[in-house]
Design a protein around this ligand. Structure first.
Ligand code: 5GP
Ligand code: ZN
Length: 136
């Protein structure tokens, strides 16, 4: 299903032109217009799913395979030194376009990109507590 009001549906299905580096029946991988690093790309499913909670398992698995194809291309052609995969869900997590997408962010030595989190130091009790809450 497509969503008529969704820009990523339109891009994924070719109704709006994009800089496409990989495409197959289910996915389009495009350059992000506001890249964190050179080559930053987005995996877009051609069907509309809002986020990880809504995307079916086979579509989620396929998105990772499409990301891998793009990652290999980037390693070969851009000479990247590393790569972050980022996938935001919900406003609180920084999702701004409500159509599932995966960020492929190529990394270069000393690129100074801000992607990773700052680790905290919870007590053993707090770690036990959160584990109990999730699994209990
Ligand atoms: P989010 O914050 O939702 O995970 O990421 C949305 C991403 O989509 C941002 O990195 C933003 O730069 C990118 N983006 C938003 N609109 C467009 C667009 O129309 N074209 C392209 N190529 N990227 C877009
Ligand atoms: Zn959509």
């Amino acid at each position: 299903m497509k969503n008529d009001n969704c820009i990523f549906c339109k891009i994924a299905n070719g109704e709006i032109p994009s800089r496409t580096l990989y495409e197959d029946e289910r996915y389009r991988v495009i350059l992000d217009m506001g890249p964190a690093t050179r080559g930053h790309a987005l995996v877009l499913p051609k069907e509309h799913f809002e986020n990880l909670y809504e995307i079916p398992d086979d579509w989620a698995a396929g998105a990772l395979a499409a990301a891998k194809k793009a990652a290999v291309l980037m390693k070969d052609k851009l000479g990247t030194d590393g790569l972050n995969l980022v996938q935001n869900n919900g406003e609180a997590a920084g999702q701004t376009v409500m159509h599932f997408h995966m960020h492929i962010i190529p990394r270069y030595k000393n690129d100074n990109a801000h992607i990773l989190w700052k680790p905290t130091s919870p007590s053993a009790e707090e770690l036990d507590d959160v584990l109990r809450q999730i699994t209990g």
